[in-house]
Write a protein that binds this ligand. Structure first.
Ligand code: HEM
Length: 182
C-alpha cells in the first residue's frame, strides 16, 4: 500500500519534525506562546492549501471541502484574542500535479494523528482553548484517514510513487525549516 511506503520514507523527517514541535510545545507558558505555534502551522498550511488546490478537484477527493483546513487555525488564533497576522516566512514545496498534491495532503491529513498527543501536552501546560485544529476529526479520524488512503491508492501507482514520496518529504522538511527559524 502506498501509505505504508509513504510512512516508511517519511519516518526520519517525521521524527525530526516531531522533536521540533515537542520542543516548541515545552516552551509554551501563555496563550501568546501557543498562538505563536498556531501561527507557524497557519502560515505553512494556508500556503500549502493554495499550492495543492488546482490539483485536487471534488472528483479526486470528494469530501475535500469538509476536511480540516488552515481556516480552523485562524479560528483558533482569533478565539484566543489574537489575529492571524505577523506570520513567519514559509516556503512550501512546488506542486504541479495531482500526485504531488496528494503527497503534500498526506502530510496535512496525517498530522491529525499527532494532534491527540499535542492536545494532551497542551492540557498539561494549561492550554485547553483554541485547539480545534489539533482536535482534527475527533471520533471520525479513523474513517476519514481510511477514505483518504483509498484515494492515495487510486491515484498513486508504482510509476509515480517517487513523485508523491518526494512531495511528502519536502512538505515535512519545509515545515521543519520554519520551526528551526522560529
Ligand atoms: C508533537 C508532534 C507529533 C507527534 C507526537 C506525532 C505523532 C504521530 C503518531 C503517534 C502518529 C501515528 C503513527 C501510527 O499510527 O503508525 C503520527 C502519524 C503521522 N504524523 Fe505525526 N506527530 C506529530 C506531529 C506531526 C506533524 C507536525 C506532522 C506534519 C505536519 C505529522 C505528520 C504525520 C503523518 C503524515 C502521519 C501518518 C503516518 C502514516 O502514514 O501512518 N505529525 N504522528
Amino acid at each position: 500500500m502506498i501509505q505504508e511506503e509513504l510512512r516508511k520514507q517519511t519516518e526520519a523527517s517525521h521524527h525530526q519534525l516531531e522533536k521540533l514541535v515537542i520542543a516548541k510545545l515545552k516552551k509554551i507558558y501563555s496563550d501568546e506562546d501557543y498562538v505563536n505555534l498556531l501561527k507557524i502551522f497557519f502560515a505553512y498550511f494556508i500556503r500549502l492549501e493554495v499550492a495543492v488546490k488546482p490539483y485536487i478537484s471534488s472528483e479526486i477527493l470528494p469530501d475535500y471541502a469538509e476536511r480540516r483546513h488552515a481556516a480552523s487555525l485562524a479560528d483558533d488564533i482569533i478565539s484566543l484574542g489574537f489575529m492571524p497576522s505577523a506570520l513567519p516566512d514559509v516556503i512550501v514545496p512546488s506542486i504541479d500535479n495531482t500526485v504531488k498534491a496528494l503527497g503534500a495532503l498526506y502530510v496535512m491529513e496525517g498530522s491529525i494523528m499527532g494532534g491527540r498527543i499535542i492536545i494532551q501536552m497542551l492540557d498539561k501546560r494549561g492550554i485547553t482553548q483554541g485547539i480545534s485544529f489539533f482536535a482534527g476529526y475527533g471520533s471520525d479520524t479513523e474513517t476519514r484517514w481510511s477514505s483518504f488512503v483509498e484515494v492515495l491508492d487510486h491515484y498513486i501507482k508504482a510509476e509515480n510513487m517517487q513523485e508523491a514520496i518526494q512531495a511528502a518529504k519536502q512538505t515535512i522538511s519545509n515545515l521543519a525549516d520554519v520551526f528551526l527559524q522560529a
